[in-house]
Design a protein around this ligand. Structure first.
Ligand code: NAD
Length: 264
């Protein structure tokens, strides 16, 4: 444990269960001394999120569907009421119709395109828009993205297009909030077996491919991502904003399958 976030208060959005990337980030933040609030989607998740939050000493849980403006307003009103200010925001939310996370991108429907962009891209802007009002200099916002934004990955389809837009929005938000000393960054995580990832076609194959072909010859864990998020959230990264930081065992730098990699 360390004191990197001692005295800081942060909102974690997107915790579903103990496999969630949000859980890795929350744990790293709590170990660094942060006080945490959690927003979760729908009442069904409360019985999972409640005990996890309690493990980190938090009873601050707020239901929030990021597709709903009023729901977001209520969340940030509660943060203002209970804390009066916010030091950091972690957005670990994405969604697309499973049926379109396989097969061809060209077949994406208008409806799912709009929904994927709304929940996976706009929700971060909508949250930052509200968080900004509670943050001062030193404030930090982090979202989660994936390499499918930069290069074509099998089955990622409309989510790749959404993540590209999310990464662009990180740069625009960094410029807007930079004047007030608030930083905005993304972590591009390698594949991790979570609830959201289980909707992606051939995900086991993608995990194997990354394991065999990344410079570290392994997949990343939610703790790898959590510790890097801690760096971006804390003052250690005081000079870093608008960045997409890869936490992918180095996969994104590789141009060709290694000679020692097995055929999979
Ligand atoms: P997860 O299923 O644990 O988390 C996704 C979260 O999004 C859930 O908590 C879900 O409730 C929430 N969510 C979806 N729609 C919502 C809505 N309308 N309102 C509020 N919350 C909503 O999966 P995860 O893999 O931890 O995903 C977290 C983030 O990490 C996502 O943005 C995902 O794209 C990104 N990511 C995941 C991987 C991976 O391989 N797992 C890799 C890179 C990036």
């Amino acid at each position: 444990s360390n004191t990197l976030l001692a005295g800081k208060r942060g909102l974690i959005m997107g915790l579903a269960n103990e496999k969630s990337i949000a859980w890795g980030v929350a744990r790293a933040c709590a170990e660094a001394g942060a006080e945490l609030a959690f927003s979760y989607q729908g009442d069904a998740l409360k019985k999972r999120v409640g005990p996890l939050a309690a493990q980190l000493g938090s009873d601050f849980l707020v239901e929030c569907d990021v597709a709903d403006e009023e729901s977001l307003d209520r969340l940030f009103a509660e943060l203002r009421e209970r804390w009066g200010r916010l030091d950091f925001l972690v957005h670990a939310i994405g969604f697309s119709d499973k049926g379109e996370l396989r097969g061809r991108y060209v077949d994406t429907s208008r409806g799912n395109f709009a929904m994927s962009m709304d929940i996976s891209v706009y929700s971060f802007t909508a949250a930052v828009q509200r968080a900004e009002k509670l943050m001062g200099p030193g404030g930090s916002c982090v979202t989660l993205t994936y390499y499918g934004a930069e290069r074509v990955m099998p089955h990622y389809n409309v989510m790749g297009v959404a993540k590209a837009a999310l990464e662009a929005s990180v740069r625009y938000l960094a410029e807007d909030l930079g004047k007030d000393g608030i930083r905005v960054n993304a972590i591009s995580a390698g594949p991790i077996k979570t609830l959201a990832a289980s909707g992606i076609g051939d995900f086991r194959y993608i995990m194997k491919w990354n394991e065999y072909n990344s410079p570290l010859r392994r997949n990343v864990t939610i703790d790898d991502v959590g510790n890097s998020a801690l760096y971006l959230i804390s003052d250690l990264a005081s000079g870093v904003t608008g960045e997409t930081h890869h936490v992918d065992a180095g996969y994104h730098v590789v141009g060709m399958k290694a000679v020692d990699a097995p055929d999979i």
